[in-house]
Ligand binder design. Sequence first.
Ligand code: GDP
Ligand code: IMO
Ligand code: MG
Length: 424
Amino acid sequence: MKSGKVDVLLGLQWGDEGKGKVVDVLTPNYDVIARFQGGPNAGHTLEFEGEKYVLRSIPSGIFQGGKTNIIGNGVVLAPDLFMNEAKELEKSGHNLKDCLCISKKAHLIMPTHRLLDAAHEAAKGKSKVGTTGKGIGPTYTDKISRNGLRVGDIFENFKEKYAAHKARHEKMLESLKYTEYDICEVEKAWMEGIEYMKQFRIIDSEYEINKMLKNGNSILCEGAQGTMLDVDFGSYPFVTSSNTVCAGACTGLGIGPNKIGEVYGIMKAYCTRVGAGPFPTELFDDTGGKLRELGREYGAVTGRERRCGWIDLVALRYAITLNGVTQLIMMKSDVLDGFDTIKACVAYKQNGKEINHFPYNIDKGIEPIYKELPGWKTDMTKFTSEEQFPKEFNDYIDFLEKELETPIKIISIGPDRDQTIVRK
Ligand code: GDP
Ligand code: IMO
Ligand code: MG
């Protein structure tokens, strides 16, 4: 029997690696693109033909034409934000109605989830996570505690169901002493979003995906956030509330693990993080500032400054193992084009002892051990083939491949779709 394939694309660092751009680049090779976790905390940027788009809940496969895009059961969806995102895209001439489906089992982010997100952050005070404020944690909490409201619920007695959930949230907000709010307007837009969503195909996505696979179609699963933000394996508690690792594609879409072929691990040539939490290679000096300015490292969703640092091979080795990464894709190498030397963290020192693993506690006493490599001092942004790469850049790639024991198959040399070099 003819059977299709499933490949998974995900971030290996703390998010914003450039997943959106790569999904768009790889989309022509697939029939279906499916988001498997996260929600509007994601901001996936795509640039082509002089236009720039930031996608939050909608998969990054919508621009290449003729592909099915699925918002999977593992995603949490805010109807109002989804409506705004979809309407913007429609305004710019991208009709989504024929190509976008939503899982009935995706959970809904209610306005009160966003209030709870803010209330929990306020209660944490100095130790707050620095969330995106989109209600991600409270929505996944309701899902796991079996209190969630799902997309499939919108067709029957929805107002009653909504009111019951809202009342429960209001009690929680009261107990957190978070009472100064007015959600009337937001609620109106949210309910409009619910009606708007009904124009899309709302499906049993696990059945449809497996049927498509049986019929020989190929599926690319698009991850959000990054491995170091995974709720089980990331820098807990400074993480998001979903499984961002490859296994999340199985639970977030209903795909058997034996169906997964390639696992594309996306990483920057350096490293960034937005929000609070440990970041061993973070740079607080001019070099960090230079990375931020050259890499335009400001959040796609919140506009927050991203913290910048050198590439962390200890964390990357950990991420590659957790995901079973089969090939690496290195983004933003152009940001390092002008540097005299480049550093890579090859191990950590913890309490005076050298360690090579990502430890349970990374918030205290971790010092990166760096290897310094010569920079290539060449503007590569207009290169079209790997033959043009300078020797120092090839040496950097060789070094990374050896350290990470995984091939780097694609190099991104700029934000545009065309600034992508596939290595032979
Ligand atoms: P995602 O969340 O993983 O999809 O990544 P984001 O879109 O949040 O952040 C990546 C940022 O880097 C976006 O602004 C992209 O346009 C940009 N970008 C992607 N690849 C490259 C690259 O190779 N070079 C440069 N300079 N920018 C890139
Ligand atoms: P993409 O898909 C970078 C971070 C937040 C915060 C933590 C928890 O664009 O790579 P949440 O709102 O999820 O409860 O916040 O996770 N975070 C991201 N950082 N990229 C993202 O998504 C992120 N999504 C969440 O900054 O530290
Ligand atoms: Mg992003």
